[in-house]
Design a protein around this ligand. Structure first.
Ligand code: SF4
Ligand code: SF4
Length: 92
């Protein structure tokens, strides 16, 4: 299990979440911020900090945002460009 950042973060990027993450696993990309699922320790500290409620535990992620599990995870493989590619695929 990990925490996932979903669509409401796009273009919002308020970054309140970054400040509270104890393991610095939240990364900025061009369009949104993402959580590295391998580094996240599931502490939940980021979730209440987000002003647009974009952060969810993976098992509570609304179904319509299920593709964001992959969008967040793609950062590990290819950084910001991989996140952009995964988002483009999600948006069709
Ligand atoms: S606090 Fe929310 S909107 Fe702001 S960067 Fe983090 S996930 Fe995105
Ligand atoms: S749940 Fe904790 S470790 Fe994971 S991204 Fe949020 S603040 Fe960081």
């Amino acid at each position: 299990m990990t925490y996932v950042i979903a669509e409401p973060c796009i273009d919002e990027k308020d970054k309140s979440c970054i400040d509270v993450c104890p393991v610095d696993c939240i990364h900025e990309t061009d369009l949104m911020l993402v959580i590295d699922p391998g580094e996240c320790i599931d502490c939940g500290a980021c979730e209440p900090e987000c002003p647009v409620e974009a952060i969810f535990p993976e098992d509570a992620l609304p179904e319509r945002w299920a593709p964001f599990v992959r969008v967040n995870a793609s950062f590990v493989a290819g950084g910001a460009p991989a996140v952009a590619a995964a988002l483009a695929e999600h948006n069709g």
